[in-house]
Design a binder for this molecule. Structure first.
Ligand code: ADP
Ligand code: MG
Length: 472
């Protein structure tokens, strides 16, 4: 496909959303200059056009380009003054877009809206903000679309439709849009609800013959967010009511945001007219994050829970949990909760156990050898030293050697304490395992750790975790 054909294809695709008149006036002098290493450079005649396109249409353009040309990864806009009034072989055929009717958006006069009692903001979970959503590469588009909607509700991507498998962050994004709109425009009425709740309200209204007040209520909404619309499938009267509400709001230039498990055209049991309405704005898929993003999400969740966890444990979880972000978070929270309860620190083993319990299927762990079922039998000083060295990530030679840095000293003292405590070895024997140290050094270490256990929760957690690892 040459650049001109591709550009015409992209603009034809965008025409139903943007309107042919806008396409004509905005893009008639623009071209696809080139595509190199996945970067499409679009030339536009003036800086004003560039800013306008960047603010309002960049994401849409990128998505359409990606849809038509799979090698495209990125979009670059560039001002090319020569395009303003000269012919260029890459320019589009204006007849394609010229004489058609513009889509009309009827805007209501800007009167003060009435607040709907109790319905606003109470459905928002303050943890679900756009700022603490980690987009990664996979969800850059959906995150950017949400940001754009929050900046200009009802203006550009309308309706915004997010779809994807369960547990990938749709509800988080939807609530994030709502919260951010409220932050940007405190006077707006923002309503978030699940499709089930909408359905229940309709059923109740029909039962009480109150459908008129139901309609009245939703007419006052500025931004209507409906989660999981797949549940409207095969519910005829709900669909009918939703269709009317949707049209009223849409025609009034109000923002609508929806989510579902499938794209609009694949929704089962949904009327054609709804499918086409749902798909006429921006439709974006929410995808499973890759390993790096999963790790970043775990770090963010630790930050939110104000908990520090060994990076290796987080890496282990990110590596081995890859079905959904909800599962990822579930494992992290289970691991943290168990450690807290037992006054220990999460370890790879405890994380592995949490994964095993929470995942339905047989889990094989990748990237690291963990045998969570086999209990370790600790028989010698050396066994204990191995476990402690592994736990603190300290080389065994340092642990038994002369290194006096704190990162080594404390684990060494803990090893001595554990050997005495678990194996009941004499101070002399223990000293021999540590490069022939004097028995008084060992005694000192034992007493020190025994005292610290009473007052230092960090040491207490480490010792408890180690005892667990040792099967004690
Ligand atoms: P869905 O609605 O798609 O089933 P949710 O929005 O309920 O999924 O997400 C499940 C959990 O995963 C939530 O706690 C959410 O905060 C978290 N989550 C999902 N994706 C991300 C992300 N990219 N960054 C941060 N948290 C995420
Ligand atoms: Mg959800």
């Amino acid at each position: 496909m040459d650049n001109k054909t591709l550009w015409e294809g992209v603009l034809t695709r965008l025409a139903p959303q943007i309107g042919k008149t806008t396409i004509f006036s905005l893009f008639k002098d623009s071209i696809i200059k080139n595509i190199e290493h996945g970067v499409v450079t679009v030339g536009v005649p003036t800086p004003i056009t560039l800013n306008f396109i960047r603010d309002r249409h960049e994401i849409r353009l990128l998505q359409a380009l990606k849809d038509l040309c799979s090698e495209v990864k990125q979009l670059k806009l560039e001002v090319m003054g020569s395009l303003a009034d000269n012919e260029h072989p890459y320019k589009i055929d204006i007849k394609l877009f010229q004489d058609l009717n513009a889509r009309k958006i009827r805007k209501l006069p800007n009167k003060k809206e009435v607040m709907i009692d109790g319905i606003r903001s109470k459905m928002f979970n303050p943890r679900y903000t756009l700022d603490n959503f980690i987009p990664g590469q996979e969800n850059q588009l959906s995150h950017a679309a949400c940001k754009a909607v929050a900046a200009k509700p009802g203006d550009i991507y309308n309706p915004l439709f997010l779809y994807g498998d369960t547990g990938l962050g749709k509800t988080h994004l939807l609530q994030g849009v709502g919260l951010e709109i409220l932050k940007n425009f405190p006077d707006k009425n923002v309503v978030y609800m699940t499709s089930e709740r909408f359905m229940n309200e309709i059923v109740a209204a029909i039962g009480k013959k109150h459908t008129a007040s139901f309609k009245e209520k939703y007419r006052k909404v500025d931004c209507f967010i409906v989660d999981d619309v797949q549940f409207f499938g095969n519910k005829a009267s709900t669909q009918q009511e939703f269709f009317h509400t949707f049209n009223e709001l849409y025609d009034a230039g109000k923002q609508i945001v929806m989510s579902s498990d499938k794209p609009p055209r694949e929704l089962d049991g949904l009327e054609e007219r709804l499918k086409s309405r749902f798909g006429m704005g921006m439709v974006v898929e929410v995808l499973l994050p890759d390993y790096e993003t999963r790790l970043a999400i775990l770090n963010e969740k630790c930050r939110e829970h104000q908990t520090l966890i060994d990076p290796e444990v987080l890496e282990f979880i990110a590596f081995n949990v890859h079905r959904s972000v909800r599962e990822l978070e579930g494992i992290l929270i289970k691991t943290m909760a168990e450690a807290k309860l037992a006054e220990t620190t999460p370890t790879i083993k405890s994380a592995a156990r949490a994964i095993r319990t929470l995942s339905q299927d047989e889990t094989t762990f990748k990237g690291i050898a963990v045998d969570i079922d086999k209990s370790v039998v600790v028989r010698s000083c050396d066994d204990v030293i191995d476990i402690v060295a592994d736990y603190f990530k300290v080389p065994k030679t340092d642990l038994i050697g002369a290194n006096r840095r704190k990162e080594v000293m404390v684990p060494r003292q803990i090893s001595m304490y554990l050997i005495r405590h678990v194996l009941d070895q004499s101070y002399e024997t223990i000293g021999e395992s540590f490069s022939g140290r004097n028995h008084t050094t060992v005694l000192h270490a034992y007493n020190k750790i025994a005292t610290e256990l009473e007052k230092d929760t960090r040491i207490k957690r480490d010792v408890n975790a180690l005892l667990k690892e040792m099967g004690v």
